[in-house]
Write a protein that binds this ligand. Structure first.
Ligand code: GTP
Ligand code: MG
Length: 305
């Protein structure tokens, strides 16, 4: 780039451009060069060269950003069958909730914009594994809308009713169910909490008041999360033994046949007798057929030939 006839401002910008160590700095000085480049006929070619350079540099920066994002969100975190994503403004307590709900140990801090990358944890709800994702806050440049648009359940974390509409603006392209998590409930007295609840009730939100400090609402939140997925848990039992502690997960409307097929397709022809206990049974140890509809928390005993 010939800069012999350029102003001292242009020369300084070019000098800094050549010395710059990051693409962001290069972009900044390149913009200064474009600003300082004379806009008359004889400099046309030079200005157009600078602009081409700028486009190439922007493309490079975008490419790097995209590859960073995809490696953080799509490669390292694999979506589980049941997934919920925390979304909200900074300091609302998303990471604190991830820590309280799951086995994960994210950094929690009063410093704004602490979380910079997606992080997952597993919530064990009575033996059912539910994946919870925490990520950078809204208004943080690392916030990834893709994670929000691809999930089944959004946990909208707020500390005031006014924030709810603000957060919902970011979820317009999402088809996920939503739970409003009104966090830091410990900062309000009972009368204030009644007011907050009355307000959220009147808006027909599915909501819960929580505190990661006192544990208020955490048990109910776990229940709400599990219920949102509308899954049925059944416990298998071998004759003469206790039922298994770990449930099998099925969709509502499933039958015993679906249960058996989920264990193994070959097993179907070997079933000789089925007994059930629990919500779908008329009485304990009821004998039923393969077409029997199961309900959440049924215990099923399968006898094979
Ligand atoms: N009083 C009170 N403080 C809380 C509660 N939950 C979180 N905090 C505090 O709020 C601050 C922010 O919590 P984080 O969990 O880091 O917030 P975040 O939403 O993850 O925010 P960033 O990742 O920084 O954007 C911390 O100082 C927490 O200790 C709560 O239920 N009650
Ligand atoms: Mg955080």
């Amino acid at each position: 780039m010939a800069s012999t006839n350029q102003s001292p401002f242009y020369k300084k910008a070019e000098e800094n451009f050549l010395k710059a160590e990051t693409d962001e700095d290069r972009l900044y000085w390149l913009d200064e060069m474009i600003k300082e480049c004379p806009k008359h006929k004889s400099s046309e070619k030079m200005l157009s060269n600078l602009k081409t350079r700028r486009i190439k540099l922007m493309e490079k920066i975008d490419r790097i950003k995209k590859s960073k994002k995809s490696s953080a969100s799509k490669d390292s975190i694999k979506k589980s069958d049941m997934q919920a994503v925390l979304i909200g403004f900074t300091n609302s307590g998303k990471s604190s909730l991830l820590k309280t709900l799951t086995n994960s140990t994210p950094i929690v801090s009063p410093v704004p914009f602490t979380t910079q990358h997606p992080i997952q944890g597993m919530l064990n709800y009575e033996g059912v594994q539910i994946q919870i994702i925490d990520q950078a806050s809204l208004k943080n440049e690392n916030f990834d809308i893709g994670i929000v648009n691809n999930t089944d359940l959004l946990l909208i974390v707020v500390t005031s009713a006014e924030e709810i509409q603000e957060v919902l603006k970011f979820t317009e392209r999402s088809r996920a169910k939503k739970i409003i998590v009104f966090n830091k409930s410990d900062l309000h007295n009972e009368a204030e909490k009644r007011k907050i609840s009355a307000n959220l009730n009147s808006k027909k939100y599915n909501y819960i008041l929580t505190s990661t400090l006192t544990g208020e609402g955490i048990k109910e939140l776990k229940e709400k999360i599990f219920n949102s997925f509308e899954r049925v848990r059944i416990y298998l039992k071998e004759p003469g033994k206790e039922p298994s502690k770990i449930p099998m997960i099925l969709k509502p409307g499933s039958t015993i046949k679906d249960v058996v097929e989920k264990i193994s397709k070959q097993m179907l022809s070997t079933i000789s007798e089925i007994h059930i206990w629990g919500p779908s049974s008329k009485f304990p140890n009821q004998k039923v057929g393969l077409n029997h509809l199961i309900k959440d928390k049924d215990i099923i005993e399968l006898k094979t030939r």
